[in-house]
Design a protein around this ligand. Structure first.
Ligand SMILES: Nc1ncnc2c1ncn2[C@@H]1O[C@H](COP(=O)(O)OP(=O)(O)OP(=O)(O)O)[C@@H](O)[C@H]1O
Ligand SMILES: [Mg+2]
Length: 348
C-alpha cells in the first residue's frame, strides 16, 4: 500500500496524469489493430466536501475516468491517490486485496435507475446488500440502517418489501442513492445520475444530492452532459474532449471567461428559453476525429482551419491562465500564435 503522509489531506482524491488506452483487436487471434486513448493525461483533485463536474461530448472519456477511480478498469498509467486518516493510497497500483477495505469509501450512482437495480431483489435486499457484504450479519441492525437510509433519501420505510418495478424513475434513483450511502462513503462518483429522468424529477434528485452533501460532508465527481446542472452544483468544472482535459476552472471561469474553443462551443449550445435572445453560434468546424486515430498532436487537428506541421507532432500543453484555471493549448498556438483556432490568437 502506497502511503504519502499520515496527515488528513484537503483533497479526498488526487488524480495525476491518468491514462487509459484500450487496444482494438480483430480476428480470433485478437491481433491488435489500433488503440483508443479514452483518457489521455488527465489530472485534477477532488477537495473534501466539494463537487467536481466533468463535462464533454459522448465518448470523451468521462465514464472511463469514473471506472478508473473505482478500479472497475485498470489505468494504463498515472496515479489516483485516495486520502484518508490512514494516509494516501494509490488506487491505480493497489492489488484487489489491498483495495477491498478502501472500496467502501467510494461509491457510484449510475445513469440508468432501471437497469442498475436487480429486479429480483426487494428494496431491503438491495439497500442492505453492501452491509451484508461488509460483515453486518445481524438482520435487525441492517433493517434499522435501511430504514434510516430510506428516510434520508425521502422514501417511506414501509417500501422495504417492495420490488424495483413498483417505483418511478426518480424513486429508483433515490434507492440507488440510499444503497450508495449504506457504508458511509466519503466520495460518490455520480455518472450522469439524472440524465434518464424528466426535468422536474431531475431537480428533486439534484436537491437531494446537495442536501446530503451538506449533511454528510460528501465529495462528488459529477459527470453530466447537462451544462446548466453542472454549473449549478459544481465548485470546479473539467471540460473533456477526446480523452484530454481541455479546460478546467470554476463555473464563473468556464462560463464567463472560457478560453478554449471547445468550451465556447459547448456553452453556445446551451438552449435559452427567451425567444428574443439572439444566440451567437460557435460551431466546431471540420470533421469529428475518429477516437482510434487521436494520438499525439492537437485534439483539434481535424477541425483546425490552418493546421501547421507542429500541430501534428507536438503534444498540447496545459497552461494555468490563473490559479485553478487551466487551458490546453495546441503548442503552436501557445508558443507562436500561428493557429487561427484560438480566440487568444486574435487578441494578441
Ligand atoms: N472496453 C472498451 N474497449 C475499447 N474502447 C472502449 C472501451 N470502453 C470505452 N471505450 C472507448 O473509450 C472512449 C471513451 O468512452 P467513455 O465511455 O468513457 O465515454 P463517455 O464520455 O462516458 O461517453 P458517454 O457520454 O456517451 O457516456 C470511447 O471512444 C469508447 O468507445
Ligand atoms: Mg459515460
Amino acid at each position: 500500500m502506497t502511503t504519502k503522509s499520515k496527515v488528513l489531506n484537503d483533497n479526498i482524491l488526487e488524480i495525476n496524469n491518468l491514462k487509459k488506452y484500450y487496444n482494438l483487436t480483430s480476428g480470433i487471434l485478437k491481433k491488435v489493430t489500433g488503440q483508443v486513448r479514452a483518457v489521455d493525461d488527465v489530472s485534477f483533485n477532488i477537495p473534501r466536501g466539494k463537487t467536481i463536474g466533468l463535462v464533454g461530448e459522448s465518448g470523451c472519456g468521462k465514464t472511463t475516468i469514473s471506472k478508473c477511480i473505482l478500479r472497475a478498469v485498470d489505468p494504463t498509467d498515472g496515479d489516483i491517490f485516495l486520502n484518508n486518516e490512514n494516509g494516501s493510497h494509490n488506487l491505480a497500483s493497489l492489488t484487489e486485496g489491498e483495495l477491498r477495505p478502501l472500496r467502501k469509501e467510494m461509491q457510484m450512482i449510475f445513469q440508468d435507475p432501471f437497469s442498475s437495480l436487480n429486479p429480483r431483489m426487494n428494496l431491503f435486499d438491495i439497500v442492505s446488500e453492501p452491509l451484508l457484504l461488509n460483515g453486518i450479519r445481524n438482520r435487525t441492525e441492517r433493517q434499522d440502517r435501511v430504514e434510516e437510509l430510506l428516510v434520508k433519501v425521502g422514501l417511506r420505510s414501509e417500501y422495504m418489501i417492495r420490488f424495483p418495478h413498483a417505483f418511478s424513475g426518480g424513486q429508483r434513483q433515490r434507492i440507488g442513492i440510499a444503497r450508495a450511502l449504506a457504508l458511509n462513503p466519503a466520495l460518490i462518483v455520480c455518472d450522469e445520475p439524472v440524465s434518464g429522468l424528466d426535468v422536474s424529477v431531475q431537480a428533486q434528485v439534484i436537491n437531494l444530492l446537495m442536501d446530503l452533501q451538506d449533511e454528510l460532508g460528501l465529495s462528488y465527481l459529477f459527470v453530466s452532459h447537462d451544462l446548466s446542472i453542472v454549473r449549478q452544483i459544481s465548485d470546479q468544472i473539467n471540460v473533456m474532449y477526446f480523452g484530454r482535459q481541455v479546460e478546467s476552472g470554476t463555473p464563473e471561469e468556464i462560463f464567463n471567461q472560457s478560453k478554449h474553443p471547445y468550451t465556447e462551443t459547448l456553452i453556445s449550445a446551451i438552449p435559452n428559453p427567451d425567444p428574443d435572445f439572439k444566440k451567437k453560434r460557435n460551431p466546431i468546424l471540420g470533421v469529428t476525429p475518429n477516437p482510434s486515430s487521436v494520438a499525439s498532436g492537437c485534439n483539434f487537428l481535424s477541425n483546425c482551419p490552418e493546421p501547421t506541421e507542429e500541430c501534428v507532432t507536438s503534444t498540447p500543453v496545459s497552461i494555468e491562465e490563473s490559479p485553478g484555471h487551466s487551458v490546453l493549448y495546441c503548442s503552436c498556438c501557445y508558443d507562436e500564435y500561428k493557429c487561427s483556432w484560438y480566440p487568444r490568437n486574435e487578441a494578441e
